[in-house]
Design a protein around this ligand. Structure first.
Ligand code: DAH
Length: 349
């Protein structure tokens, strides 16, 4: 269905290029935007789209309609200007509309994620991008020479170190907000969603040096893994669709014990790993990786001045760019396009 939208768009662009007069332009307008035009034709096919995808489909058709309308108006302006130069003015014609702006797609994703966790009573925080080593590492049970620290390649800032907290860094993950939140809120219950920019010195088709993460933290008496699983499942179903399942795979992180990697079923193959008997190209196994999670390590609770004998908690940390692309079923060859400022890419969402 999305290919229909792309197809109409392509054809429209081709047709538009050939137009040289207002008469032709009016005909093109009818052919695409008229009652029996191509856009309405595509819209009618919504009945063949699965229910849970109708909203996105409808939005995409609207975007297409808006794009066609805008392009026709612009073209009208160009043709008239030409005529104008030939001393022809038609003052009865409507003025040219200003192009509408929109927010960046990552901003939309952040907004949606915040709302989902708000419904569960989580407080939205945005902890520091410029952090001390202590909050990024030591407070999370990663001492100075611990090899796990190598997994979090870090930008260091040329600034005099803090007596207690060490060097200044660009935070490599949103987990640095965990102990900050424990200290800020003084006492459980704590339910935080920390959404912030994070930085690591990588630049290739699957990495950008600045990206975004969202970190959930929940601490109270009697909190256990089922709460973690239920919360992530709620998020996955609200964000990706009601038919999604999640699974936890054992893993290792210094700041959680036990630790997991979290996967969600792939939308393309519905978690089977196969499309028409061939291996699913998007996930290869039926599952897509969301990120890391686990039960907060007692040492981390202690750093946050919380007694691990009285309280327990869980945490997770997922990448926003990653979940956004999974939601859209986007198979972007090069993630850097998200930050290229190329309006032709951004306009499609
Ligand atoms: N901070 C980790 C990373 O950036 C992700 C993560 C793993 C966050 C486990 C967590 C957690 O809160 O419990 O790779």
């Amino acid at each position: 269905m999305n290919s229909d939208i792309a197809h109409v768009k392509q054809n429209f662009e081709k047709d538009l290029k050939k137009i040289t007069s207002i008469e032709e332009l009016n005909l093109l307008n009818i052919a695409y935007l008229g009652r029996k035009g191509r856009v309405n034709e595509v819209l009618l096919s919504i009945k063949d789209v699965p229910k849970e995808k109708r909203k996105i489909f409808g939005e995409s058709v609207n975007t297409l309609k808006f794009f066609i309308q805008k392009s026709i108006d612009l073209k009208r302006g160009i043709i008239l200007q030409k005529k104008d130069r030939e001393h022809y003015i038609d003052p009865t014609l409507p003025g040219l509309p200003y192009p509408h702006g929109s927010l960046h797609i990552v901003t939309y994703a952040i907004e949606e994620i915040s709302q989902i966790f708000e419904r569960l009573g989580f407080i939205r925080m945005s902890y520091r991008e410029v952090e001390w080593e202590y909050f990024s590492f030591e407070s999370l049970n990663m001492p100075k020479d611990h090899p796990a620290r190598d997994d979090f390649e870090t930008f260091f800032i040329d600034f005099p170190p803090h007596k207690e907290y060490g060097k200044m860094v660009l935070t490599p993950h949103t987990s640095s907000g965990q102990v900050r939140e424990m200290i800020r809120s003084k006492k459980p219950p704590i339910k935080m969603i920390n959404i912030a920019k994070t930085y690591r010195p990588n630049w290739d088709a699957t990495h950008v040096p600045m990206f975004h993460q969202f970190e959930g933290l929940c601490i109270d008496s009697g909190i256990n893994i089922t709460n973690l699983k239920g919360t992530i499942e709620y998020f996955a179903r609200s964000f990706f669709g009601n038919n999604r399942e999640i699974r936890l795979r054992p893993f290792h992180f210094q700041f959680t014990e036990p630790s997991f990697e979290v996967d969600v079923t792939c939308d393309i193959c519905q978690g089977t790993g196969k499309v028409k008997n061939l291996k699913c190209k998007v996930c290869k196994s039926g599952w897509l990786e969301l990120g890391g999670a686990g039960m907060v390590h007692p040492n981390v609770l202690r750093e946050g001045r919380i007694d691990p004998k009285k309280y327990s908690g869980w945490a997770f940390g997922f990448g926003i760019e990653r979940v956004f692309m999974m939601k859209q079923g986007l198979n972007v060859d090069d993630i850097r396009i998200l930050y290229s400022g190329d309006i032709r890419f951004l306009e499609q969402f």
